[in-house]
Design a protein around this ligand. Sequence first.
Ligand code: GTP
Length: 339
Amino acid sequence: MSAPTQDSKVPVTILTGFLGAGKTTLLNRILRERHGERIAVIENEFGEAGVDNELLLRSGDEQIVEMNNGCICCTVRGDLVRILGQLRERRARQPDAFSRVIIETTGLADPAPVAQTFFIDDDIAAGYRLDAIVTVVDAAHAQQQLDSSHEALEQVGFADRILLSKVDLVDAAAQARLRQRLARINPRAPVKAVHFGATAIEDILDISGFSLDSILEIEPGFLGEETHQHDDSVQAFVFRSDTPFDAARLQAFLRDAIQAHARDLMRYKGIVALDGMDHRVVFQGVHMMMSSDIGRPWGETRPRQSRLVFIGRNLPQDDFHAALLGCLADRPSPMKEPS
Ligand SMILES: Nc1nc2c(ncn2[C@@H]2O[C@H](COP(=O)(O)OP(=O)(O)OP(=O)(O)O)[C@@H](O)[C@H]2O)c(=O)[nH]1
């Protein structure tokens, strides 16, 4: 597979999942596959060796860099920036050294700070494009992990794609219950079962979950009133409207909501129609970090439906809903209907 990247930046995949979920099993499978990709892997594991900043060449074409002195999401984020910088220098000298990066986090990592690295640090943002967060979920243990671990919830909440491991260890009913729970926590991420990591490389690369250029898929059919029996504090809230937004009001709402709920607002994305604007506007963010961009023209698409999704903890959904309704244009500019 050699799909052209959207730009010259190196795509990065964050591979996460709770302790023992099957991340390494999956990664090994991917690295063994003959896919023609040159992948640099940054592996973050708890260990005693200290950060190994040398680029180790292992079997095959891939380069593996290990970060062993703490968890990538907190103590060693500086190391991540440094390693990404080194990899970039290496690629400048040797352009075919690698064409994409996979970061495997520890099982206890919160993926948010790792993802934020790609927005916050200018040098990193100039060289890398965060493609997606892929989360491996252990079908045999996830219910318990989601009950007891904040990180497990975050990993599911942030996922652009969920791979369900160990389905061989649970019956169909248990798997169905887990899938329902995962969909409640994160309705955006497609869920796919993988047996001992057996999955096509396409399932984890070039997902464009963070791409501002592509259409962001927000799963339809989620959060009808009948699905409101959430037992997890992390929930998703979807807002749709065929009426265009007033740009200034929407901007003010987003600014205030992000400010007020920075900690709890884990991930948000939207494709919106602004009154008087012929292009889609796409925004997305992680906690405080938000960016927006002009998307594709609406053209003849009718209705021009805006779709926004907010994923977070204890979000005041009714308030958000009311505030978003208040951001819609009072008297939308007339649109020419296709003849
Ligand atoms: N039965 C079963 N076992 C699996 C499957 N996938 C992985 N395992 C096993 O689960 C165990 C943990 O897998 P790893 O790939 O090491 O998990 P990990 O997420 O990298 O673990 P940490 O790095 O410790 O967080 C290993 O013994 C794997 O062989 C699966 O689909 N079915």
